[in-house]
Design a protein around this ligand. Structure first.
Ligand SMILES: [Zn+2]
Length: 148
């Protein structure tokens, strides 16, 4: 039976904060969700092409509460939960914004299935981008674990 991957685009289009600084060249800022939803759209196509099933836990442009998203993934017994984010730190292009790719895994799970999956994703991300890849990080809250 194909594995079910829950895909989460993180925020609604109008979630407070969650946007780039104003970009004069385009006359606006870009909402974080504009990036997130495009990555999720791409992941859905590629995962299904590779034989996975996918579940979009926040398919609209409104802000879907985290509990609603994770409850849906749990109710459908998703095998993995991938939440996409484009993080910034201080709301400016020239400031102390972090750069590169980060992967977070629930605290205490880096040596379990979730950690192995994240390490595998990190390995292939590194091959496909010149971006700096930060090490695997431990998230202390909010991440999904499949209910057994
Ligand atoms: Zn985010």
């Amino acid at each position: 039976m194909p594995k079910l991957i829950a895909l989460d685009d993180g925020h609604g289009m109008n979630t407070a904060g969650k946007r780039t600084p104003y970009i004069p060249e385009i006359g606006r800022s870009i909402q974080e969700n504009e990036f997130n939803r495009e990555v999720v759209k791409y992941l859905k196509v590629e995962l299904e092409r590779c034989g996975f099933q996918t579940l979009l836990v926040a398919p609209t442009n409104t802000d879907t509460p985290l509990k609603t998203r994770t409850d849906l993934a749990n109710s459908k017994k998703a095998d993995a939960y991938v939440s996409i984010h484009y993080n910034a730190f201080d709301g400016s292009f020239g400031g102390a914004n972090p750069s590169g790719i980060e992967l977070y895994v629930y605290l205490g799970h880096t040596n379990k299935e979730a950690g192995k999956l994240a390490s595998s994703i990190a390995k292939y991300l590194r091959q496909g981008t010149p971006q700096i890849t930060e090490g695997l990080k431990k998230q202390i809250s909010m991440f999904y674990e499949r209910q057994r």
